[in-house]
Design a protein around this ligand. Structure first.
Ligand SMILES: Cc1cc2nc3c(=O)[nH]c(=O)nc-3n(C[C@H](O)[C@H](O)[C@H](O)COP(=O)(O)OP(=O)(O)OC[C@H]3O[C@@H](n4cnc5c(N)ncnc54)[C@H](O)[C@@H]3O)c2cc1C
Length: 398
């Protein structure tokens, strides 16, 4: 059986790894990845940008790792189209590659909002090694940077630029930073932590346009910047799927087996939409890839039921993790504790069961609380005790 994988990111590499681990002698795996690189850790790119992570440290496996597992890797190879009826893919340079099962793991690209001036020199996004290198090269010539977007990636990159010695301003459209990981109270505490690192923040900052030397906000404020980084989210890479007639909304639509609308064609990772959700995080890409790989080997052998979103900010000196449901609503109870600078703990319960948490400055209990959220443990008997330092999470987890 010939399994072809398109894309050598977290999803593609982990699918290949799962297939190889099955040790099936009758299965041949080929990966076609558009980038000139072997699989590397995108989450480490802000560290690479800051000069804290070396190029070698970005890569997961050397070429020999793939060779030892008989995984044929083709880098710099972009697929143009899937001929689902003919069971083959067409590469951009024209080669046709037949498959018995196909995994589309082509990921996502940085989203650039339609901001006038976004195409000026000195304006960047951060998704690849080359992006990080271009930003670094520009940073050597620059003094002031603006980061459009106060999400995880924007803040990690802002800190990287600060390490490189630039004056950095983060421009967040919403009323506080990390809108998807924090609530307003946690956002206010976090704001002070980020400012304490020497990073300026403008909230409610809607960009009007970018011009040479500045970002101009709708409020009229001119934020001086000779380097601008746009960190406004990502969009799934859907051209291939659309040109090939696969069903897609925000991502390629997959079912619980990660199967797409075409027979023997699967999708996983940032390119895939499951139950209306494109997760855009590594744990989801890995879980989907593992399930897709098993189903490619034997259809129906693995079911995927979703991933509990969990995000940790990777900024030295600030420990922030948010897990699952972080905002209550009807039927939810919220427990909160803000007990000092840089510290905030929030637990979100439904019918007494833990559905989500925000942990700022509470690194020691991240692992246990994550497990408790994953298992939706019942905390109804404990009142506000789970907020306390002495609370025995291990006992609750059993
Ligand atoms: C700076 C940064 C920091 C991040 N930090 C975190 C974090 O802390 N935690 C977290 O969980 N997630 C983080 N993410 C998100 C995470 O990197 C993604 O969720 C993950 O990479 C998704 O893996 P993927 O394999 O689906 O897609 P990708 O990693 O995007 O890989 C897809 C690959 O397919 C290739 N490709 C595209 N089109 C084609 C084609 N037609 N033919 C062949 N190949 C193609 C692409 O070039 C790419 O190499 C971060 C992302 C960035 C950019």
């Amino acid at each position: 059986m010939r399994i072809v994988i398109l894309g050598l990111g977290a999803a593609g590499a982990n699918a290949a790894r799962t297939i190889a681990a099955a040790g099936r002698r009758d299965v041949r795996v080929e990966i076609y990845g558009a980038e000139p690189h072997l699989y590397y850790a995108r989450p480490k790119l802000p560290g690479y940008l800051a000069g804290e992570v070396s190029l070698d440290d970005l890569y997961f496996y050397p070429r020999s790792w793939f060779e030892e597992r008989s995984i044929a890797v083709h880098t710099g190879a972009r697929a143009e189209r899937v001929d689902a009826t003919g069971h083959r893919i067409i590469l951009s340079e024209g080669t046709r590659v037949p498959y018995d099962r196909l995994l589309i793991a082509t990921g996502a690209s940085s989203f650039v909002p339609p901001i006038p001036g976004a195409d000026l020199p000195g304006v960047f996004t951060l998704r690849t090694i080359e992006d990080a290198e271009r930003i670094r090269a520009c940073a050597r010539e620059c003094k002031r940077a603006a980061v459009i977007g106060g999400g995880l990636l924007g803040l990690e990159a802002a800190r990287g630029l600060r390490v490189l010695g630039l004056d950095v301003t983060v421009l967040e459209r919403g009323p506080y930073l990390l809108q998807r990981q924090l609530d307003a109270q946690g956002g206010a505490i976090f704001h002070r932590e980020v400012e304490g690192m020497g990073i300026a923040i403008e909230t409610n900052a809607d960009t009007e346009h970018i011009e040479r030397g500045a970002v101009v906000l709708k409020s009229g404020l001119r934020v001086p910047a000779d380097l601008v980084l746009i960190a406004a989210g990502v969009r799934s890479n859907l051209e291939l799927a659309r040109d090939s007639g696969l069903a897609a909304n925000r991502g390629i639509v997959v079912d619980a087996h990660l199967a797409t609308s075409a027979p023997d064609v699967y999708a996983a990772g940032d390119v895939a939409e499951f139950n209306g959700t494109v997760y855009g995080i590594v744990p989801a890409a890995v879980e989907q890839a593992q399930a897709a790989a098993k189903n490619m080997l034997e259809h129906g052998s693995a079911e995927y039921s979703g991933t509990i979103p969990s995000n940790t900010l990777k900024i030295v000196g600030i420990d922030l993790t948010s897990i699952g449901q972080i905002a209550g609503g009807e039927g939810y109870t919220e427990l909160r504790r803000a007990d000092g600078p840089g510290r905030y703990l929030k637990l979100v319960l439904r019918d007494g069961r833990l559905h989500g948490a925000i942990l700022l400055g509470h690194k020691d209990r991240v692992s246990l609380v994550s497990q408790a959220v994953a298992r939706q443990v019942d905390l109804s008997r404990y009142g506000e005790a789970p907020l306390g330092d002495g609370f025995d999470w291990r006992a609750v987890l059993g």
